[in-house]
Design a binder for this molecule. Sequence first.
Ligand SMILES: NC(=O)c1ccc[n+]([C@@H]2O[C@H](COP(=O)([O-])OP(=O)(O)OC[C@H]3O[C@@H](n4cnc5c(N)ncnc54)[C@H](OP(=O)(O)O)[C@@H]3O)[C@@H](O)[C@H]2O)c1
Length: 315
Amino acid sequence: MKLKEIVVLGGSGFVGSAIVAKLDAAGYSVKVLTRRRDVAKHLLLLPNVQVVECNVLDYQALNATLRGADGVINLIGILHQSRRISFNAMHHQFPAQLAKICADLGITRLLHMSSLKADKNAPSRYLQSKGMGEAALWTLQDKLNITIFKPSIIFGRGDAFINLFASLIKLLPAVLLAKPNAKFQPIWVEDVATCFVNSLENTDTYGQTYELAGPKVYTFRQLVKQVMNTLNLQRPIIGLCDKLSYAQAFMMELLPVKLMSRDNVKSMEVDSVSDKPFPAIFNLTPTPLEAVIPEYLIDETPRGAYDRFRQNAAR
Ligand SMILES: NC(=O)c1ccc[n+]([C@@H]2O[C@H](COP(=O)([O-])OP(=O)(O)OC[C@H]3O[C@@H](n4cnc5c(N)ncnc54)[C@H](OP(=O)(O)O)[C@@H]3O)[C@@H](O)[C@H]2O)c1
């Protein structure tokens, strides 16, 4: 192992926690940067992990915190923008600045999380900003060894997407579904984490972009139906036309808790599906959704109850 200290930005989150656990198990010394140490407290038990509070948008502080690292993994991302924080700031300007700081400090290895169908001409601001972030990184490819990952939606214990629909199905007599024919190719969080960790020191992955998509394509309707089947709770699914999909999202934007925005609906204008086979370099057969979601949707163990508590408390 040539790289020793790896800094993970966004390591406290759903995907980050899975990646950090695998880095820890592989023996790397891992530094997780977070805005609030308490949101990353589940990582403190891992023997090789250090959690450091840092406002990553304070570039002087970021520079000081990254100094001495051998590699950086950037997972920071938001699904909804607010008046204070924009997609452009988090997905475009921030990775561009992060890459410059890495280059200045001589940290040459950078792994970056984008999204399937991210492109500057994509229909949603989310996908556009992710696409512009990718383009900004490639301008520094002569100084950095960059690898970019573009997953479809990611499922696994603690995910936002499958768990949200499980909660709605339990709560409501029917599901009013935006964009019911939008397509997804869900990928398991542990498979995503394996790809990140395996690429870290694999020089063949330098300068590459990898689409990460699971073994099966689902329409949004089929995905919700799969969650119902897993829970053994059947509800009518009422698919909304485009106009009503946007109207529903507009109403949801007015709620204090953001469930879905018009920008999320715009993201579904393009199918989140890969036309490439799973990248052979990772020597991995992606895990089907059906094999994993029962483990956490109908988990009656204390761990399952704790996860649901965290989910409900948005922690
Ligand atoms: N989940 C999916 O289905 C999916 C699919 C495709 C791509 N992705 C991408 O994968 C990445 C991780 O997603 P996730 O599902 O793990 O998200 P998550 O659980 O919400 O975690 C996001 C992370 O980003 C950090 N973050 C958010 N806003 C921030 C801000 N204003 N300033 C600094 N840090 C901020 C958080 O760090 P702290 O709270 O610790 O500061 C958190 O650890 C994102 O880039 C996302 O776009 C996810």
